[in-house]
Every structure is written in structure tokens, then in C-alpha cells.
Design a protein. Sequence first.
Length: 302
Amino acid sequence: MRSACAETAERELEALRTELAEQVAARDEVQLRLEEEIAQRDRVIAEGERTEAKLRDSEMALRQLFDQNLDSMMILDLETGRYTDVNDEYTRNSGYSREQIVGKRSREHRAFEKPEENVRLVDQLKRFGVVRNMEATFRRKDGRTYSGLISALNLKLRGHWCCITITRDIGALKETERQLIASREAALEGSRAKSEFLSSMSHEIRTPMNAVLGMADMLAESDLTGEQRRYLDIMRSNGATLLDLINDILDLARVESGQLRFEEVDFDIRELIDQVTETMGMRAHEKHLELAAHVASDVRTT
């Protein structure tokens, strides 16, 4: 009877040991899963913190780009009709502080000098969703105006449809343009005055020159010695050259006025060279020099 009781006790003890071992194994498994879940949670938290840090860095970089942009920028919430942000360049150029603009409705802030230009911008945005380099006149806080090129587009920011405008001040460029136009007009006026002077001067010279040549022609019909006739021919030749020069001056005036017409005229090259030689020969003779010209036999003279 004792033996049976001992065996029963041993079986119960073994059963208890087995159950205890299973409970220990189950506890170890639960603890392992818990440790894995804790490790997974820590990884998720760490990843979230890294993502949040990246987002902060990204937002900070975008903010720096926004504030340090050399063009004026404004963000208008289209759902509320209020400005949500402006960059530093806008505050510097317009004279308004960020606090004076952010939260205001677009109709409360007069950015355009001419209302019709604002209407044109809104109309193009509605039609195309984007506007590129529209020239307009803008008003500063102190009432002064400036010319600018404005670009705009509609996009979603943080779940809201917004309009972003970028304006470049071209006042200096417009002033340079005005100065260039004024300089061009002054140059054209000077050119016109010069052309008128050249034309008037040429006509004034032509009249007495024709008289001189007329008298030379009359003198040529009189009795002259050979040397006198040679001198007279030189005078008549140079007078004709001077008339040609006057005609060239008139042609220059026609060139500047856009009225010059080209003509194709035959000429005798031997005769031209002889005229030049006779003209320059007198000066050469004064310096005890002899001026001679030779035209090769194979050169076409006309």
C-alpha cells in the first residue's frame, strides 16, 4: 500500500514538473516575443525620429530657400483668400513686415498699382493655372511704384490649394532701357542733323564750283600756251574730282537716310590713273620728285 502511494506521488510530482517546465517554456516564449516587440517598437521610434529629423531639415532648407530667394515671393491660401507667408525679399522690397501681410485677405492688400493688371493675372491663372513673366507695376508701402515681372502658379500645400507668386524687380532694367532709347533717339537726331548739314554744305559748295568749272571751260576756248593748257586741264580735272567728292558726300547723307541707290557705270581705268597722277604730280614736282604710273598691257581699261 505504501508502494502504491509512493508511485502515485511520484507520478503527480512528475506531472507537476512537466507542467512547470511547460509554463517556464511558455513564459520564456512570451518574454522573447515581448523583447522582440520592444526591439521592433524601438526601431520604429528610432526610424520615426530619423524621419522627423529629415523632415525638419527639409523644411528648414525649404524655408531658407524661400527666405533667401532674390525675388519677392508670396503664398495665398485660395480656400480662405488670406496670405499665409511672404519671404524676406518681399518685406525688404515692399516695405511691409511679414506680420502686416500674413493673415490679410488679398483684396485688403493692394500690391498692384493698376487693378486691371491684377484682374489679368487672375484671369490667366484661372485659364492656364500658371503665369510666366507678366510685366506689371507694383506699389510699395510708402506709395512709390516699380516695374516687375510676376510669375504665379496654383498648387496644393499641406492639403490646401494655394497660389504662389514670384516677382522680380526690373526697375533698374527699365531705367537702362529708357536711357538706351533716349541715347538712340539722340544719336538718330544727331545723324539727321549731320546729314542735313552735309547736304546743305554740298549744295553750297557745288554752286561756286560749277561757276569755276564753267569759267575754266570758257578759258579753254581761248588761246593758251601748251603749259597754260596743261595747267588748265589739271584745274578742270581736279574741279571734276571735287564735284565727285561732293557727290560722295551727298551719297553718304543718302546712306544714313536709307535712300542710296547703287549704279553700275563703265569707266576707263587709264583715264582715272592719269587724272590721279596729274593731280598728285604737282605736289611731287614741288618736292623734286617724279610721279609716274604704268598700266600693264593685259589690264582691261574699261
